[in-house]
Design a protein around this ligand. Sequence first.
Ligand code: UDP
Length: 447
Amino acid sequence: MEQFGTRKVRVMLVPLPLQGHLTPMLQLASVLHLRGFSVIVAHTEFNSPDPQLHPDFTFIPLKDGVCSPSANLLDMIAAINTNCMEPLQKCIVEQQGQVSCIIYDSLLHFVDTLAHCLKLPAIFFRPTTAVYMQSYLALLSLHEKMIIPLPESQLEEPVPELHPAIRFKDLPLSVLSKMSQVLIDFVKSFSDIKSAVAVICNSVEILDDFSLQHQYQVPFFPIGPLHKMASSSSMQTSLLQEDPGCIAWLDKQGLKSVLYVSLGSVATLSSEVLVETAMGIANSGQPFLWAIRPSSVAGSEWIECLPQGLREVIQERGMIVKWAPQKEVLAHPAVGGFLSHCGWNSTLESMSQGVAMICMPFFGDQRINARFLVHVWEVGVEIGNKADRKSIEEAVRVLMVEEQGKDMRLRAAEIKHKLHLSTVKDGSSCRALDDLVEFITSLSAPK
Ligand code: UDP
């Protein structure tokens, strides 16, 4: 990489402190460090990454005033956008013009405002797909054209401005009622790249639709899957303690026999859904590994609401942990399927290992990802997030035992191969990364 004198080009990254956002930002940090940049991570104290796990980066904590995980994510994001402005300004000023650009999570729009004032180039980072970004623009356009609210009878119809697989009911926000001003403002701030000079996306040509990039009129760099592009795929980014015991348990299971179950770091479920899911999985007779986060079941600390009898049945052929080393689990030869909420990181991690999925989407981009998994790439079975035990049992059988599941696994294996090709020399993500490196370097070139 080009350097000016002996000084490395320095970039500052500002992640959002949620697992699904922090992980790809740290992976991006690793990718940039690998390409010769010096990396500063300016992060909130809340859900702080562990600097000891990443000795190659400089970490600067920002006072955020978020003392406990708020039940309302929008409130937490708003608080960070307000409270971190001053500390980040101080942090940038202390760098005395040594930072070439600042790369910020798409939900932290205050960074753009600040960077603009300080005349520092800002780059907008989206940890999700371009199609998801497009879905917000479609929502705004539906609102402006006064098409929202829609009658329930139209929910199954495709959204005209989006990929034909996406129906009105898959959009990230309900179209059955008018959008409140707060929501409109949120959607605008979320989809507006303001003065950003470029967009980086944890996405990849073969799984996405980049027609959106023309609307933004700035360079667009899809360099995903970032966990494949980072220096080590086992890079530690978990905010919760991973339970390594499940790998020893997987070692004892048959080839592709285990269903891995995880609903990510944010989704919560009712005790009824937990019990139905547990019954469905137990009745399928398939071995399984289930990661259930503490406090992810409403009204419970963990899994107290599972009846004792059911727990015993589960114990016979399954393992439940609080947090799994997910990438390692998905790479394990014993894992044959993944029941997932379809968060984008989980989707990319599963596809990178050729693991077909059962899709139980909840909110945000998850419904859109699920639609692509099931209807476009044909590597998933959809069950929604309120499925009863019978449909869950049936879905597990289809994926793990039946011919249909075998075909899905074959297609998932093809995607795995294509994803690999995207990340090596001459692959689309690798080329986009070369262009990004050149772009960032040019920002600090003497003018
Ligand atoms: N994850 C993990 N262990 C678990 C559950 C999840 O390491 O037991 C990781 C997973 O590998 C992924 C992230 O948490 O990188 C979840 O991100 P995703 O975008 O899939 O969903 P979100 O948590 O944002 O809803």
